[in-house]
Design a protein around this ligand. Structure first.
Ligand code: MF3
Ligand code: CO
Ligand code: CO
Length: 265
């Protein structure tokens, strides 16, 4: 499928959807604490989306080819879960780290963002993994501008992860986004400089590296969705939706509570 270049009107709508996704991530932060279940996090977010925002959760009943419909409104991926964790009965405990991934639909447009959250105090290793993964996302984002090749973006993310002894998950990638949840191009979080498609102003896509503390290998749980590290090492992920401009990028998934960009990139 060809890459969709968004018009000025579509970009305005993407800004709204992006902000709303980020605002769900702000809203849920104080609820992430010991004793909470991932299922309740889902229910609270779902109600906020539908009742307060007037948005729809894109994951709910999302069923790409080969998958059964995703049964919940958000993804919650705890500790060695890499992505696509299904909210349920799991009770959060001190030291857990989790990714909450929110995709809203507003007036037909998608905004997709995820952040890491700590339950109480994380271990030094878990905090470091989350912080380096955040830097990895930003290493990719800062390379976004018209003319950049996708391999440059992926290589920047991969180099930063591997410098810290971490590994990049290969099976899942960032994606074009707009009227569709997942559209072209695919944004790999690894690669070779000087290779791949050139970015054009008006593209909108996600940058969402999944970084493992151990080896890159993953496997899927019997629920058909949850992805975990094969070696049971911790995994982290951060995600923004961005717009390509002639001179650089605009992060679309920003809100009052969006963490600042790292100081050193
Ligand atoms: N939000 C995820 C992404 O970043 C996709 C989740 S698909 C779901 O692309 F069905 F698991 F929700
Ligand atoms: Co995404
Ligand atoms: Co997402």
């Amino acid at each position: 499928m060809p890459v969709v270049l968004k018009t000025a009107e579509e970009i305005a709508q993407m800004r709204v959807a992006g902000r709303l996704a980020a605002e769900v991530l702000d809203f849920i932060a104080p609820h992430v604490k010991t004793g909470m279940t991932t299922g309740r996090l889902n229910d609270v977010c779902h109600a906020y989306m539908t009742d307060v925002q007037g948005t729809m959760p894109a994951p709910l009943n999302y069923a790409p080819p080969g998958y059964k419909p995703f049964p919940k409104a958000i993804c919650t991926s705890v500790n060695h879960q890499v992505c696509h964790g299904i909210p349920g009965e799991r009770v959060l405990k001190p030291g857990d780290i989790l990714n909450i991934d929110v995709t809203v639909i507003k007036d037909g447009f998608h905004g997709d963002s995820s952040r890491m959250y700590y339950v109480g105090e994380p271990s030094i290793q878990a905090r470091r993994l989350s912080e380096v993964t955040y830097e990895c996302m930003w290493r990719g984002i800062e390379r976004v501008r018209a003319g950049t090749q996708l391999g440059d973006l992926g290589a920047a993310i991969q180099a930063h992860a591997e410098q810290h002894g971490y590994s990049v998950v290969r099976e899942f990638c960032g994606h074009g986004i707009g009227r569709k949840f997942h559209e072209d191009p695919q944004i790999l979080h690894y690669g070779k400089p000087g290779t791949g498609m050139r970015l054009e102003a008006g593209m909108t896509f996600t940058v969402e590296p999944m970084i493992n503390a151990g080896k890159a290998g993953i496997r899927e749980l019997a629920d058909g969705w949850t992805i975990v590290t094969k070696d049971h090492s911790l995994s982290a992920q951060w995600e923004h939706t961005v717009l390509v401009t002639a001179t650089g990028y605009e992060v679309l998934t920003t809100s009052a509570g969006t963490p600042a960009a790292p100081r050193l990139l």
